[in-house]
Structure formats: structure tokens, C-alpha cells
Design a protein. Structure first.
Length: 75
């Protein structure tokens, strides 16, 4: 089963924040998972890749909820 959109987004964000070149990124995918695209990973492999990026210093950020305007009501 293909990884979720959330997992693919995390992988792409980590790639960017770790400043991996496209060549280096694809080399990692090929060497560890024998695929040329993260979309070809399964769920477990996507999790392993994300954890690998975390082990190399990537810090996952949680999305911040937008605060609601004070006094706003949908009544």
C-alpha cells in the first residue's frame, strides 16, 4: 500500500529542510528501498525513511491551529 499524503509531505519537507539534492535523495531511496520515488514506498518504508531523516537531525514541526477571532460566533 502506498504511503499516505501526510507521510509523503513529511518526506518532502524533510528532504528540503535537510538540504538534500535530488540526486542524493534518490540515491537514498535506491540504496535503502530499491525505488526511485517516495510514492513507490509502502507505509512501513515511508515510516523508516522519516525516522531516518529524524536520526539525521530533521525535526518534525506540528501544524499550528489558527486561533479563532475573539467574540466570533456562528450563531
Amino acid at each position: 500500500m502506498a504511503p499516505s499524503k501526510t507521510a509523503l509531505a513529511k518526506i518532502n519537507i524533510a528532504k528540503k529542510e535537510l538540504a538534500l539534492s535530488d540526486e542524493a535523495y534518490r540515491h537514498i531511496l535506491q540504496m535503502h528501498f530499491q525505488v526511485d520515488s517516495a510514492a513507490r514506498l509502502n507505509n512501513r518504508q515511508a515510516t523508516v525513511l522519516i525516522n531516518n531523516f529524524k536520526a539525521h537531525g530533521w525535526k518534525e514541526r506540528r501544524a499550528q491551529k489558527k486561533p479563532t477571532k475573539p467574540g466570533y460566533s456562528e450563531e
